[in-house]
Design a protein around this ligand. Structure first.
Ligand SMILES: Nc1nc2c(c(=O)[nH]1)N[C@H]1C(S)=C(S)[C@@H](COP(=O)(O)OP(=O)(O)OC[C@H]3O[C@@H](n4cnc5c(=O)[nH]c(N)nc54)[C@H](O)[C@@H]3O)O[C@H]1N2
Ligand SMILES: Nc1nc2c(c(=O)[nH]1)N[C@H]1C(S)=C(S)[C@@H](COP(=O)(O)OP(=O)(O)OC[C@H]3O[C@@H](n4cnc5c(=O)[nH]c(N)nc54)[C@H](O)[C@@H]3O)O[C@H]1N2
Ligand code: SF4
Ligand SMILES: [Mo]
Length: 691
């Protein structure tokens, strides 16, 4: 070996050693708005994130995460990542300094407040990052004087209120409790795509002999392993639940004792809602044959304990609240409430409620206020007077892609004088802004991740790398703006002090910030079998078929048999023009719009049609078509899918303009029956083949 070679070799291995020394592993959490809130193990080197893996010590994650979590490293390191503040000048974005950006934004806010009042500012946000400190946006706007805020939810609004009305709150069983179920009903939850860590629990239960029924118009990963796939017509699940109840009661299979002692309005419910419903009518509406309805009666009664795992898709309809109420009623009447292995598992509010977010929001500082709903924000911006909306902040959201009736949102936002977007990428929403401020990713900030809808673990996430470029955390941006606006004292706290502010109620469970930092992932003490004492949080203390809360609010108190707004029976004329139901479910490989630029396979628009539709319209795979209704049009290539409801189409949501545009050009921006929920899937469309 020559001398040169030798020195090169040793230099190489020194570099290797150097590199390995610099390589470090850290624990943090997935910030994405997902059921699972995984624990991460992150490898860093040279101040960059190198790799994201699942934390093997996290009891739910068990070392496995989905591709969206893995790709967060690519998102952080992406060449298109925003790293400097930008200002639009003559239609083009120019790099400016933070000083300039913050000074100009603060000046504009002062001017707006003085001339029009603080409610001339709108904050349009969603929940794309599940960190506790993300609630500081509210603190900022409250201290500013109170603005126009968004209420309601594109996501789960109708179902949450439905469960509040029926039970007094929304709690789920611990995932481990699935070991006690004889039957599992996955009702509109796309387990393998959206909630992958539920899958092994279901597999285990199946191996043990539990029966799996999936009720979903589409064929998904979980329908593949189901013993029974019920392809209900979209929006008709409430009718399905009611007809199962009718048969169950006719056969005397109801939980008599529970109904007698722990429910309110049962007899009235039977008389008003169940008795008038005919089997033939229910079969026509749901398209579920009688034999299958009989099997479902069996599954909820003889097949007990029956665990119902509700998804959120089935309540994004104009009748969504009553759909969830009808399913809650079925679970209650069949005696599956408060027992191990049972439950109407929709959400898990216990987790969020364990945190003191109101202390972080500091609402006492608010002097004025106005609310728009998330669904109707565009209409309300267009109609707003005294004051009209002069300034817009968008954070933790991409409303131009994710909010229904997208062309209206575009129109409304475009007319607002000053628009500020805080994001990591130049999204479709950022493109219409006047100022775009670059924010850090999960790896560049410290927080506690707590927002699971599925399990009760919370994870402390430390900062594992310095902010990239000039990116700043949302907290820091609010702090710097607050200082300029004269309420810097509201933000004169360290990250640690803010985190402490949000967790005092955890102390009762022996959970302190110190413990969270030490153990990273800690389980909250939540009841694994909710309602086991049959003491409900409703006004009557009982499960309410007839809601006292709704009655007091002068709204319809009884569970209603309701059909979706856009159906052949509700709007025959509309249905004659637009014969197909359009779903726009969550993409498997992207968290809404966040991963489209990272996955090439996602970038060409795809319209999934059933074999029946393909025959009706003379379509073959790859044909270029457009789907349309009165609100808009969407173009893409046909993909024929098997095993789905015959007249249902799906186009995954989240698509950027440059990859074919959002499906929300077609969706309605109306509000659900109960709760302020969206009606995104209550949508009829027609098909046109392109030349
Ligand atoms: N990969 C991935 N995972 C995600 C997300 C993501 O964007 N991508 N988003 C996260 C968020 S914010 C949420 S809210 C959750 C949502 O989690 P899910 O509720 O599981 O997901 P959705 O895509 O909203 O819809 C779920 C299912 O509802 C079905 N469905 C639609 N209409 C009906 C109906 O009328 N009846 C019945 N029975 N079923 C119906 C759809 O066919 C679909 O299979 O997922 C989270 N996880
Ligand atoms: N057609 C149709 N539309 C839907 C749905 C559907 O099923 N069909 N689902 C609805 C549902 S369930 C939901 S939850 C909504 C989701 O709607 P959004 O939350 O608006 O969707 P995302 O694509 O996740 O956009 C989040 C944006 O926040 C940015 N971001 C990420 N982390 C941070 C951060 O820490 N700070 C700041 N400032 N920004 C950050 C991301 O880069 C991204 O651009 O969409 C709804 N829209
Ligand atoms: S998106 Fe969900 S499943 Fe994927 S890593 Fe994050 S929390 Fe886990
Ligand atoms: Mo959501």
């Amino acid at each position: 070996m020559s001398v040169v070679q030798h020195t090169e070799r040793s230099r190489g291995s020194e570099a290797e050693i150097d590199k390995q020394q610099k390589q470090q592993k850290h624990k943090t959490a997935c910030p994405l708005n997902c059921w699972d809130v995984c624990g991460f193990e992150v490898t860093t080197a040279d101040g960059k994130v190198k790799k994201v893996e699942g934390d093997s010590a996290h009891p739910i994650t068990q070392g496995k995460i989905c591709g969206k979590g893995v790709m967060l490293a690519d998102r952080a390191n992406h060449p298109d990542r925003l790293l400097y503040p930008l200002k639009k000048v003559d239609g083009q974005f120019e790099r400016i300094s933070w000083e300039q950006a913050l000074d100009e934004i603060a000046t504009a806010m002062q001017k707006v407040k003085k001339e029009y009042g603080s409610t001339a500012v709108l904050h349009s946000h969603d929940y794309s990052n599940g960190g506790l400190l993300k609630n500081l946006d509210q603190r900022f706007f409250n201290a500013y004087g109170g603005i126009t805020e968004l209420v309601g939810s594109l996501c789960w609004g109708a179902g949450i209120e439905a469960q509040m009305v029926d039970f007094g709150s929304a709690y789920s069983h611990d995932p481990d409790d699935l070991k006690n179920s004889q039957t599992i009903v996955v009702w509109g939850r796309n387990v393998t795509a959206t909630n992958m860590h539920l899958y092994p629990y279901i597999q285990k239960a199946k191996k043990r002999g539990a029966k799996l029924i999936v009720i979903d118009p589409l064929a998904t990963g979980i329908t593949r392993i189901a013993d029974q796939h019920v392809k209900v017509r979209p929006g008709m699940d409430g009718v399905l639940a009611l007809i199962i109840i009718k048969k169950l009661v006719e056969q005397g299979l109801q939980a008599e004792d529970f109904l007698k002692h722990h429910t309110h309005g049962y007899e009235e419910f039977l008389k008003q809602v169940i008795e008038p419903l005919s089997l033939d009518q229910a079969i026509e509406w749901t398209e579920v044959p009688e034999e299958v309805i009989n099997e479902l009666v069996h599954a909820f009664s003889v097949g007990r304990p029956t665990c119902t795992l509700l998804g959120l898709g089935l309540q994004r309809y104009s009748n969504g609240g009553n759909t969830i109420r009808a399913i809650d009623a079925l679970v209650a009447i069949s005696g599956n409430i408060g027992i191990p292995g049972g439950g109407a598992n929709y959400a898990h509010l216990g987790v969020g409620r364990s945190f003191n977010t109101t202390a972080l929001a500091h609402s006492e500082r608010k002097q004025a206020g106005r609310t728009f709903t998330r669904m109707t924000q565009a209409d309300e911006v267009l109609e707003a007077r005294n004051p009209s909306i002069k300034m817009l902040f968008v954070t933790r959201g991409n409303p131009l892609v994710q909010v229904p009736d997208a062309s209206k949102t575009y129109q409304a936002f475009s007319q607002i004088e000053t628009k500020v977007v805080i994001d990591q990428f130049m999204t479709d929403t950022a493109k219409v802004a006047d100022y775009v401020l670059p924010c850090t990713t999960v790896f560049e900030e410290e927080d506690i991740y707590y927002a699971s809808m599925f399990h009760s673990f919370v994870t402390y996430g430390k900062q594992v790398v310095e902010p990239y470029g000039e990116a700043k955390s949302d907290r820091e941006i609010w702090t710097l703006l607050a200082e300029r606006l004269g309420f810097g004292d509201e933000f004169a706290y360290t990250v640690e002090e803010f985190l402490e502010m949000g967790i005092p109620s955890l102390a009762e469970q022996g959970i302190t910030l110190e413990r969270l930092k030490q153990e990273t992932t800690v389980k909250l003490q939540l009841e694994p079998v909710p309602w086991k004492d049959f003491r409900f949080e409703t006004p009557s203390g009982k499960f309410e078929f007839h809601s006292i809360k709704l009655e007091e609010e002068k709204r319809e108190p009884m569970i209603q048999l309701m059909l979706p707004e856009e159906s052949r029976w509700s709007r025959p004329e509309l249905a004659s023009r637009y014969p197909y139901s359009l779903l726009s479910i969550h993409p498997q490989r992207s968290l809404h719009s966040q991963h489209f630029h990272l996955v090439q396979a996602l970038q060409s628009p795809r319209i999934e049609v059933s074999e029946y539709i393909a025959r009706q319209e003379g379509l073959t795979d790859g044909d270029q078509i457009e789907i349309f209704n009165d609100r808009g049009v969407f173009r893409g290539r046909v993909k024929i899918v098997v095993g789905t409801h015959p007249t249902t189409i799906n186009v995954d949501e989240g698509r950027w303009q440059e990859f074919g545009g959002t499906i929300n050009q077609l969706t309605p921006n109306t509000i659900s029956d109960v709760g302020l929920g969206s009606t995104l899937y209550d949508c009829l469309v027609g098909i046109r083949k392109l030349g």
